[in-house]
Design a binder for this molecule. Structure first.
Ligand SMILES: Cc1cc2nc3c(=O)[nH]c(=O)nc-3n(C[C@H](O)[C@H](O)[C@H](O)COP(=O)(O)OP(=O)(O)OC[C@H]3O[C@@H](n4cnc5c(N)ncnc54)[C@H](O)[C@@H]3O)c2cc1C
Length: 436
């Protein structure tokens, strides 16, 4: 709430600084155009901080919410920036549409406005490409590079434009605000792509073990080469770089499936699912690794509960395994329930270890398989509301905490089913492995 209020206040700062100048009001569409673009532009600069790479932010509100906010905000920014020149021409539209078009054309070809026009077009490209990137024939890393470079270009061009022709930016306070905000946005990028890799260089890890743990699932264990291992809360994730320079963009987010108590070993459970992960089985012992993190708030640390329900689909069980391992070490006193869905039995991770937890913890587990073999005697189907009802019959939602992690369609349907059971949003902690 405090973060959200701070965000709102920051977005209003340029409007307040403009109002304080006491300039005579121009026509309504020009004032609206300036107001919207100023708010949109602060939001655009704040997107650099909302990129999901700052632990102090995603650790507080979670990577899911951070990325969802980043995505929703980007549509608002796009709308505010796109309407900016259109609103300038709007008053001419009713009396004479042709005249409005001429005015727009003049605006778009004016050398004075060139930096703003380029930023405007780049913005129109940036958001849809990010939203539809999965359908475009680019590798994720190439998209990520282009996304960062476009964002930097828009920030620089936009600031140049506003300082040069902005209606209110002649004011030294507002000009200073734009320069400071742009500098902070660029510093955020430098922090992520220069400072962090530099720090990682001095804290390398090596792969200590790579083993197959289920159908198309691998477990990579890394250990620090010389420093202390990363400190994290069970359930958090890191950006893992295997075998590349920390300055390369070839890193992927993976949940830590080991417990903090297992340090200095840090374990990842990885499913073959694309360009990089399909080759995970061939990673050899001794491969150098770098870790950026820990990130995320998919963790029990600091939460008071009567009991915990874990609902996992497939490899979404990885962070939950990390939590269960830690809870075992701590001899967690409260009841724990696990509902774990998979397509086939051979994809169930760590089954023996899960079964052994019953000896130490108040732990109940329900395996659900959608395409079972003839020998399967457990629950059959997807994690539908009726299956959840069977497994959660005696559970009162206002006292328990629910952790949900798995493929996006499963998560959406599980979250809907939990809401339908009257469980409030703040009792559900979700982690999506895919942002869109
Ligand atoms: C918070 C979080 C925790 C995760 N934990 C695990 C885990 O414990 N085990 C596991 O198997 N998977 C996990 N994933 C998913 C894992 O990151 C992707 O499966 C992996 O990055 C896919 O890479 P690829 O090159 O094999 O697939 P590709 O076919 O190249 O990509 C498939 C999709 O994965 C996403 N993706 C690809 N590369 C990246 C990247 N560098 N950064 C972010 N997203 C990317 C994109 O949405 C892409 O469309 C997690 C994801 C997130 C966001």
């Amino acid at each position: 709430m405090v973060l959200f209020a701070g965000y709102g206040v920051l977005c209003l700062v340029p409007l307040i600084l403009a109002a304080l100048q006491g300039q005579p009001l121009r026509n309504i569409s020009r004032e609206l155009s300036s107001g919207l673009v100023m708010v949109g532009y602060v939001m655009m600069l704040l997107q650099f901080v909302l990129s999901g790479r700052f632990e102090w932010l995603s650790g507080r509100i979670g990577i899911d919410r951070t990325m969802r906010f980043h995505q929703v905000a980007s549509w608002a920014i796009l709308a505010f920036i796109v309407v900016h020149p259109l609103l300038y021409a709007a008053p001419r539209l009713i009396p004479d549409p042709a005249d409005a078009l001429v005015a727009l054309n003049r605006m778009f070809s004016s050398p004075n406005l060139r930096s703003g026009v380029i930023a405007w077009w780049l913005m129109i490209l940036l958001v849809p490409v990010a939203v539809f990137r999965d359908r475009l024939p680019f590798r994720y890393e190439l998209w990520r590079l282009s996304h960062g470079l476009f964002a930097i270009a828009i920030a620089m061009l936009g600031t140049h434009h506003t300082l040069r022709v902005g209606s209110y930016s002649a004011d030294p306070w507002l000009a200073a605000f734009w320069i400071a905000a742009t500098a902070l946005a660029l510093l955020a990028m430098i922090h992520i792509y220069v400072f962090k890799p530099l720090m990682q260089l001095s804290a390398p890890y090596r792969v200590a073990l790579n083993r197959k743990v289920a159908d198309r699932m691998w477990e990579i264990t890394v250990e620090p080469e010389r420093n202390e291992a990363i400190r994290f809360a069970a359930g958090q994730f890191v950006w893992l770089n295997l075998g590349h320079s920390p300055f390369s963009l070839t890193e992927h987010p993976f949940s830590i499936s080991s417990a903090p108590a297992d340090r200095p070993h840090v374990i990842f459970t990885i499913k073959e699912s694309g360009d990089f992960t399909n080759r995970i089985g061939s990673i050899t012992v001794g491969t150098r690794a770098y870790l950026d993190g820990p990130h995320g708030n998919f963790t029990l640390a600091g939460r008071k509960v009567a009991g915990v329900v874990f609902i996992a689909g497939g490899v979404g069980f990885a962070p939950i395994m990390g939590m269960l391992r830690q809870l075992k070490v701590e001899r967690y006193p409260h009841p724990l329930r696990l509902i774990y869905g998979n397509r086939i039995e051979t994809q169930i991770l760590y089954r023996q270890e899960i079964e052994a937890l019953r000896e130490v913890l108040d732990f109940e587990v329900h395996y659900v398989v959608s395409e079972p073999s003839d020998e399967w005697t457990g629950l059959v189907g997807e994690l539908t509301p009726s299956i959840l009802d069977k497994c959660l019959a005696e559970i009162r939602g206002d006292e328990w905490l629910f952790f949900v992690c798995g493929p996006p369609p499963m998560m959406n349907s599980v979250e809907r089913a939990l809401f339908a059971r009257g469980i409030s949003r703040n009792r559900i902690v979700s982690e999506r492995f895919k942002y869109n």
